[in-house]
Ligand binder design. Sequence first.
Ligand SMILES: *[C@@H]1O[C@H](CO)[C@@H](O)[C@H](O)[C@H]1NC(C)=O
Ligand SMILES: *[C@@H]1O[C@H](CO)[C@@H](O)[C@H](O)[C@H]1NC(C)=O
Ligand SMILES: *[C@@H]1O[C@H](CO)[C@@H](O)[C@H](O)[C@H]1NC(C)=O
Ligand SMILES: *[C@@H]1O[C@H](CO)[C@@H](O)[C@H](O)[C@H]1NC(C)=O
Length: 387
Amino acid sequence: MLKVLSVFIPLSLACLTPHAEAYPARGSDQDTFILNPYPEKPRLTFRSDGTFKITIFSDQHFGENPWDWWGPEQDANSTRLMKRVLPDEQPDYVVLNGDLITGENTFKENATTLIDQIVAPLNEFKIPFSSTQGNHDNQANITHLAEILREQSVAPLSYTRISPPGVGGDAEQGPGNYWVPVYAANSSPTPSLILWFFDSRGGFSAGANSTPVQDWVHDSVATWIEREVEMMDRVWGPSEQNRAALAFVHIPPHVVQTLQVNLNSTKDPGLNEDELGQGSTQATTNPSSLGKDEAFWNALTVHVKNLKALISGHDHGNEWCSREPSKDVVFCFDKHGGYGGYGEPEWGYGVRNILFTSPELDSTVETWIRLEEGEQRARVVLGPDYP
Ligand SMILES: *[C@@H]1O[C@H](CO)[C@@H](O)[C@H](O)[C@H]1NC(C)=O
Ligand SMILES: *[C@@H]1O[C@H](CO)[C@@H](O)[C@H](O)[C@H]1NC(C)=O
Ligand SMILES: *[C@@H]1O[C@H](CO)[C@@H](O)[C@H](O)[C@H]1NC(C)=O
Ligand SMILES: *[C@@H]1O[C@H](CO)[C@@H](O)[C@H](O)[C@H]1NC(C)=O
C-alpha cells in the first residue's frame, strides 16, 4: 500500500502542474531537456557578423486607471514607444523586465488581456523575447503565473518559461525562473551565451484577502541555479571556458544600494534620481526581511560563470551601471519604458540596449540608454577594466 502511494502521489501531483511534462526530473530526460528546452521554437543565434543585440523594455505599467482618459492614453503612448524603438534598433531579442502591468487597477475578468496589448508590437515585428514579472504584476486580480500563461498563449516567440515545481516560492507569485540559450550559429553544438531570468516576487497575493508577498528571489532558486549549472557543465562542458551569461531580475538585489553611495557620474553615467531606500531593493519592504535575498545573490555570483551583468528595473529614476566590488559583478538599471508608473517627464522614456560584439567569451559588451525620440546616452563598455 505504501509503495503504491509513493508511486501514485507524485504522478497525480505532476499532472496538476502545467509545466511538469516539459521539465522531466530523471537524469537522461533532463539531459535531453538541457540540450534543447525549446524544441518548438527557432534556435536563438548570434548574427553572421558575430553580434547579438538585446533591447530591454522595463516598468511599462500598462492598465492604469482604465476609467480615466489618461490611463488608456499612457498605454497608447507606451505602445507607440515600442513601435518606434523596435524598427530602429532591430534587436535580436527583447526582454520585458517586470512591472508589465499596474495590477492594482486591473479587473479579475480581463486583467491578462493587457498582455495582448504589450506583446502586440513584438508579434508584429516577429521578435523573440521573454519577460520577468515585478511587484505590480502580483496583485488582487493578477499574478505572475497568470501573466506568463497568457503571454505563452498569445505570443508565438515568447521564450518565457515557468520554473519546476517547488522552485521560486509560491507557484502563482514566483514562478518566473528560467534560462534561455543563445548559440553562435545554427550549427553550433553548444550555446555561447545563457540568459538567466529570476522572479523577485513582491506585491500582493491574489484574491479578496490579499496580503503582502515576500519581495526577494526565493531561497529555492539558489539551489536550482547550482543544479542547473551542474547539468549544463555536464552536458555542454565547463561554463568557465564555454559560455557567457547575462541575468535579469525586476527588483535589484539589496547589495545594489551600497553602490549608489560611491557612484561617479563620469565613470557611471546615467540618470541617478531615485535614492534607494525601503522598498527599492530586494528584501527591504519589511525591515525584518533584510538579508533574505543573499542566498540568491551568492548562488548567482558564485555558480554562474562569465556573468557580464545583472540587470534590474523597479527604480524608474535610475539608469546607471556600476561594478559590485565584493563579487566583481556589474549591475545595471534599465530605463523606464512605459508611460505608466511614477516618474518625471524630464526623465524621459526609453530602453536599455545591450550589444555583444562577438560570441567569444571575452566579447566586448556595450550597453546604453536610448530614449523614445532617439537620443542615446550613458554608454559604457562592460569589459574587465570597466569602469
Ligand atoms: C502621451 O505622449 C504625448 C507625446 O509625448 C504627451 O504629450 C502626453 O502627455 C502623453 N500622455 C500621457 C497620458 O502620458
Ligand atoms: C478585482 O476585479 C473585480 C471584478 O472586476 C473588481 O470588482 C474589484 O474591484 C477588483 N479588485 C481590485 C482590488 O481592484
Ligand atoms: C476591463 O474591464 C473594465 C471594466 O469594464 C474596463 O474599464 C477596462 O478597460 C477593461 N480592460 C481591458 C484591458 O480590457
Ligand atoms: C570620477 O571619475 C573620473 C574619471 O575616471 C575621475 O577623473 C574623477 O576624479 C572621479 N571623481 C571622483 C569624485 O572620484
